[in-house]
Design a protein around this ligand. Structure first.
Ligand SMILES: [Zn+2]
Length: 133
């Protein structure tokens, strides 16, 4: 089954986000006054109201806060997750990779910008959590 993703919504506040994805990066604004990272991209800091924001590149590391597995009629499945970025913001994403089904709450994941147009997916960072080595 072919996956269909929502169209990219690009405006003045999100244009740098989409441009960075086109270059394989996940960028987001960081507040110059309080240091908070903002995702999704906005024009004003949600913590202190400052409009002094600078675009920075995320490290591409995150921890799974929660997830759900979508089972499709054709037998396929995919994993949608809420992940907490190392920079602080929580974002919704899809966990990709052959071992995506082994995802667990608390698992470490790494950014993988892929697709056309490019989108920020994540992959499990290492061996499944809680498994004996
Ligand atoms: Zn702020």
């Amino acid at each position: 089954m072919t996956r269909v993703y929502p169209s990219a919504y690009e405006d003045a506040d999100s244009q740098p986000f989409w441009a960075a994805l086109g270059e394989g990066r996940l960028d987001m604004p960081r507040c110059d006054d309080c240091g908070r990272h903002l995702f999704y991209p906005r024009a004003v800091c949600t913590a202190c109201g400052s409009e002094r924001l600078t675009w920075v590149t995320a490290r591409g590391r995150a921890t799974v806060h929660s997830f759900t597995t979508i089972h499709q009629r054709d037998g396929g499945s995919y994993v949608i997750a809420l992940v907490d970025l190392a920079e602080g913001p929580r974002m919704i994403t899809e966990i990709i990779g052959e071992n995506a089904g082994e995802v667990a709450i608390g698992a470490e994941v790494v950014l993988d910008v892929t697709g056309d147009p490019p989108r920020p997916f994540f992959r499990l960072a290492g061996p499944a959590q809680g498994r004996d080595a």
